[in-house]
Design a protein around this ligand. Structure first.
Ligand SMILES: *Cc1c(COP(=O)(O)O)cnc(C)c1O
Length: 429
């Protein structure tokens, strides 16, 4: 695509965008003057789909009018409600429908997955994780290691970028697995790195890890709804994701989990169990003998929060209306590509883009490090961030020096991207 640096070009891209109208299916926050914000923060909290509002309201009405009978009444009874999300999740992460389930929250699921898939022995006890993993993931891994009586000092194997670099090189990950694989019990990496936006090569990491006998889990918080995934074919053991980022299901909403069907029949896998994981036919016999469902659903504990599931269902239906994740990804490549083009054309001296430029190594998000202003004076990134916020740009600031912006194909326009770069340019004057 030959991009052009003009508002007219951005407008033309919007006119030719086959899914431009999906933006109207979302509530877009407004500035005090009534203009829409340029919302570039879908990597942190996605916007509200109108269908989410409608579906949540509908379950509130069911509750008001039916009480407990809502469990079994209407088109979407609460009892099997999580099943209405299965196909949507499966398509997003490239899974069979028996391999995905909506349950708990992200960090909770990481713990439950480690209960099943981190089973350290005297010779194989390490967890490979990034040095600068999202803190919750770090805490979860560290506490699991301690819980098993091992020492995080030598049990957490930390991978990081080389000195002076921002991006972790795949050759370094491969080498580490090659060298220490025999002592690694679990590899737990992100699909998309939250700070830099780097996409990891999940297929090669999984393949290499399995050759060495390791289990592989991915945190897909920034990947689900953003990039194309093929968890089943890649043979990933498990994956966890939250749904409030690119999946637009509202703050703190219930999370998603993938467990490869290779593990569904394995009776030796330890699991923290609850009644919602028990065989559906005999669940209400209330017997003491746990009989797991032979699918990812076996890992469920509780009857899930239906209002939250309803919001996710609204979001998944909106994604379907747009034509699915492949259509979104195609637009995303153009939208983020356009932003990169404009930043390079206008601000290459002032702003460094940390996110790798290769399509395979990046998704919606660009992570921008501010270097200097127009006159070459060093300036403080946080001040720039605060300024653009007053101009209607919502992005997010990540300590120590990064502005993350994520144009989202569902609700951002090429004009949003163009206007954002102009505002950033003004901020750097
Ligand atoms: C957003 C995010 C989390 C948040 O975890 P919750 O349990 O949903 O609060 C954890 N890990 C990563 C990598 C994230 O991006």
């Amino acid at each position: 695509m030959n991009f052009e640096n003009s508002l007219a070009f951005a407008t033309k891209m919007d006119q030719e965008d086959p899914i431009a109208s999906i933006r109207h299916e979302f509530a877009i926050p407004q500035m005090p003057n009534g203009d829409n914000e340029i919302y570039l923060c879908g990597n942190s909290l996605g916007l509200q789909p109108k269908l989410a509002t409608e579906y949540v309201q509908r379950e509130l009405t069911q509750w008001a009018t039916l009480g407990v009978k809502g469990h079994f009444s209407g088109d979407f009874p609460w009892m099997p409600y999580h099943e209405f999300l299965t196909d949507g999740f499966a398509e997003l992460v490239g899974a069979n429908s028996n391999e995905v389930v909506a349950m708990n929250t992200l960090t909770a699921n990481l713990h439950f997955m480690m209960v099943s898939f981190y089973r350290p022995t005297a010779s194989r006890y390490k967890i490979l994780i990034e040095e600068h993993a999202f803190p919750s993931d770090h805490y979860a891994v560290e506490s699991q290691i301690k819980f098993h009586g091992f020492n995080p000092e030598d049990s957490m194997l930390l991978i990081k970028p080389r000195d002076g670099e921002e991006i972790i090189r795949h050759e370094d990950i491969h080498q580490l697995i090659e060298e220490q694989g025999e002592s690694i019990a679990l590899i737990m990496l992100p699909g998309v790195q939250y700070y830099t936006g780097q996409v990891f090569d999940m297929q090669s990491i999984t393949q290499l890890g399995h050759q060495k006998g390791c289990k592989i889990g991915f945190d897909l918080a920034h990947a689900a709804g953003n990039i194309l995934l093929e968890l089943h074919n890649w043979q990933v053991d498990f994956a966890c994701w939250c749904t409030y980022k690119y999946l637009n299901s509202g703050p703190g909403s219930i999370a998603g989990c993938f467990i490869h069907e290779n593990h569904h029949q394995d009776e030796t896998i330890p699991r923290f169990a609850g009644w919602w994981g028990h065989d559906k036919k005999s669940r209400f016999k209330m017997e003491n003998q746990f009989k797991p469902i032979h699918s990812a659903e076996a890992w469920q504990l509780s009857n899930p929060p239906v209002l939250s599931l309803a919001a996710i269902r609204g979001s998944l239906d909106t994604i379907k209306k747009a034509g699915g994740i492949k259509v979104l990804r195609s637009k995303s490549i153009l939208l983020t590509g356009f932003m990169r083009f404009l930043l390079n054309a206008e601000l290459s001296h002032q702003v460094a883009i940390l996110t790798p430029h290769e399509k395979e190594l990046s998704g919606c998000q660009l992570s921008l490090a501010i270097k200097q202003n127009e006159t070459g004076k060093e300036i403080i990134g946080k001040e720039v961030f605060d300024f653009i916020e007053t101009q209607g740009v919502t992005g997010d600031w990540r300590h120590p020096n990064v502005i993350r912006v994520a144009p989202v194909p569902l609700y951002n326009s090429f004009e949003d991207v163009y206007r954002f770069v102009q505002i950033l340019k003004n901020a750097l004057k």
